[in-house]
Write a protein that binds this ligand. Structure first.
Ligand SMILES: [Zn+2]
Length: 140
């Protein structure tokens, strides 16, 4: 069964979750609060490798910052894709200001920067306000 290791959005504990259970309201083993997997998950630098690189399903990562206007413009499209692709594609948001090492690793100089990861490899990227079509291209 494919699974992902994702941080609880409340207590940041990493939980391993079967993708087949995404729709069944999985709860955090530590704090008991629900995982809401039909929307983008915020992932901090220390959880990036476990969550993004070790996932059994493709991962779409939005590298963003709170002050970035085009990032905010793209957010609703990202939400839509997370909902539509639940269980097939993990959608992750990485705050570039709080994750400078990850930004450096992937040489991210301009945001929003969207990357599709498969089995630990960055296989496809899109930069800027690429619209819904641009994101769908990465999600497919
Ligand atoms: Zn928790």
């Amino acid at each position: 069964m494919p699974s992902v290791t994702v941080p609880c959005q409340f207590c940041t504990t990493l939980n391993r979750i079967d993708t087949s259970k995404f729709g069944q309201g999985p709860k955090c083993a530590e704090c008991g609060r629900p995982f809401l997997l039909d929307r983008p998950l915020k992932v901090a630098e220390d959880a990036f490798d476990q969550t993004v690189l070790k996932a059994d399903i493709p991962v779409l990562v939005d590298f963003y910052a709170d002050w970035c206007g085009p990032c905010r413009m793209m957010a609703p499209y990202l939400d839509e894709i997370a909902r539509a692709e639940q269980g097939r594609l993990l959608v992750v948001k990485v705050d570039t200001d709080r994750s400078p090492q990850i930004s450096q690793r992937y040489n991210i100089r301009s945001i929003p920067f969207f990357g599709r990861f498969e089995h630990g490899e960055l296989v496809k990227t899109a930069i800027g306000a690429v619209g819904k079509a641009g994101l769908q291209d990465l999600a497919a």
